[in-house]
Design a protein around this ligand. Structure first.
Ligand code: NAD
Length: 500
């Protein structure tokens, strides 16, 4: 059975390769009516999916992972043509996405199956249970910069928890989204129509999904769109999960492994042409090791190959408007007195941006305060780790962070205000599905990944059952005086002293 429902929309748009302009495909601009049809089909199909239980769903999700692993070349090709990503970047995303599907399917039973809990002293004659029930139909809206990973990640946790999914990929990465949904049906031809479906289009299509009466919306994208998504969802009190932008900082302490820190900072800021929510955008290096660190960063950054070769280190920028934003940030930083250690304004050669390393950038600059989302990294010098932590925490974002220190890593990590921190490497928490992933502040709220990521797509249900009568029941009339006296004593005994 085909994954997609009839294409009612008459308007279409074309996705083109950002470097060559070659057409990648033509897609429908779906409307509220198309979405209503998918929600209805999703509701019916979700019942089938929920009734399969954890083991039945795991079996089908496992088939899906195996099918994708066998067909990975197709996705490398789509990703490369659609977003200009070198194949290694598509592969990196696919690896993380497949690990999410595998982990979510394998752990859903442990995390979500009904559990017995203590009823408490006042209700000791009751059995108490908590269960996590699927919400119904989940909308997943994804961005263009990590279209493979965000699609599989969003679908993985929602499906493993027993929901149907409607995926709305970015208008710049529609082919990837369509592939992600179709692959589920290729692996599971018995799955009913509408269990997983896609809609394509621009912001209006996304907004219509938010207002369609779905049961939850998982959004990954920019902060301004996140605000609009939340406002649209408020119409029907649809709950939202927001995974938004970042301005991740790395702290390099004076006892850091300088070699490792320099290599990681260059990779963390430049991979995927810097178009990464958890990319390293700011570095605070302690003065004592500054010169050696900068020398090694320069050495590493100058080795990066840029181009449209499938195996280039970094490819073209996916969105032309992003190039202008990068130009604005770099110009502002240089005008305020920053120095370009590697590259500079002439590194901006659309559709490519070659690596740019800026040092001594005033903290109020846009390159320090706003998401740059390009192969640009700011390195500022600090007197000590305390100053580094204070500056690292001084933006409205709080997605990821990292610290390099041989002896104080854990202590510094605990002081960084972010959803995740890596010690002596960068970004690693994103690739570990057992850990929750999400932000604080303007970086959003809610979590994909881990036990929290599975519960995110469920509602907790409490069930209690009376096992036996216990003397006079407190929940009925009349209320005898003796009962009051017994409870009086129990209350004093239980709550009138220090508890452990
Ligand atoms: P974007 O906000 O422009 O678009 C994201 C998605 O929202 C697209 O599918 C778009 O069509 C849709 N959309 C646009 N307007 C909408 C509206 N009014 N209602 C509903 N949907 C709407 O983001 P982008 O430029 O595609 O992606 C880059 C941003 O995503 C960056 O800020 C990046 O940091 C962030 N991001 C965050 C994470 C994370 O996990 N925190 C991961 C990847 C990307």
């Amino acid at each position: 059975m085909t994954a997609q429902l009839k294409p009612a929309a008459s308007e279409t748009f074309e996705v083109k390769n950002p470097a060559t302009g070659e057409s990648v495909g033509t897609f429908a601009v779906h409307t509220a009516a198309d979405i209503a049809e998918r929600v209805a089909k999703g509701r019916a199909a979700q019942i089938w999916w929920a009734e399969l239980g954890f083991d039945g769903r795991k079996k089908r999700m496992s088939r899906w992972v195996r099918w994708l692993a066998r067909d990975c070349d197709t996705l490398y090709d789509i990703g490369f043509r659609e977003t200009g990503k070198p194949k290694a970047d598509v592969q990196f995303e696919l690896l993380a996405g497949l690990e999410d599907v595998r982990w979510a399917a394998a752990h859903a039973k442990r995390v979500l199956e009904e559990k017995r809990v203590a009823p408490g002293i006042a209700m000791v004659n009751f059995d108490a249970r908590v269960s996590y029930e699927p919400l119904g139909v989940i909308g997943i809206i994804t961005p263009w910069n990590a279209p493979v990973y965000t699609a599989f990640c969003g679908m993985a946790y929602a499906l493993a928890a027993g929901n149907a999914v409607i995926l709305k990929p970015s208008e710049l990465a529609a082919a990837t989204g369509v592939y992600a949904v179709e692959s589920f049906y290729k692996a599971n031809p018995d799955a009913p129509e509408g269990l997983v479906s896609w809609i394509t289009g621009f912001g209006e299509t996304g907004s219509a999904l938010c207002k369609s009466g779905i049961d939850k919306l998982g959004f990954t994208g920019s902060v301004p769109t996140g605000r609009r998504v939340m406002a649209a969802c408020a119409e029907n009190l649809t709950p939202v999960l927001l995974e938004l932008g970042g301005k991740d900082a790395t702290v390099v302490a004076d006892d850091a492994d300088i070699d490792a820190a320099a290599r990681s900072v260059v990779w963390g800021s430049m991979w995927n042409s810097g178009q990464a929510c958890v990319g390293v955008e700011r570095v605070y290096v302690v003065e004592k090791i500054r010169d050696e660190f900068l020398r090694k960063v320069e050495e590493n950054a100058k080795q990066i190959s840029v181009g449209m070769d499938e195996l280039s280190d970094i490819g073209p920028m996916t969105v032309p408007a992003q190039i202008e934003l990068i130009r604005r940030h770099v110009t502002d930083a240089l005008d305020r007195g920053a120095t370009a250690l590697v590259g500079g304004l002439d590194s901006i050669q659309p559709p490519y941006v070659h690596p740019i390393v800026l040092v001594d950038v005033p903290e109020e600059s846009s390159a320090v305060q706003e998401e740059t989302f390009g192969p640009v990294v700011v390195i500022n010098t600090v007197a000590d780790v305390d100053e580094a932590v204070r500056r690292a925490n001084a933006t409205s974002f709080g997605l990821g962070s990292s610290v390099f220190s041989k002896s104080r890593g854990a202590e510094i990590a605990a002081r960084l205000r972010a959803g995740g921190t890596t010690i002596n490497s960068v970004l690693t928490f994103v690739g570990m599905p057992s850990l929750p992933f999400g932000g604080v502040g303007d970086s959003g709220f809610g979590r994909f990944h881990g036990d929290d990521g599975l519960r995110e797509f469920t509602r907790a249900k409490a069930t209690t059952r009376k096992r036996f009568s216990m003397g006079e029941d407190m929940q009925q009339f009349p209320r005898p005086k003796e009962q009051f006296d017994v409870v009086y004593k129990v209350l004093k005994l239980r709550y009138g002293r220090k508890f452990r």
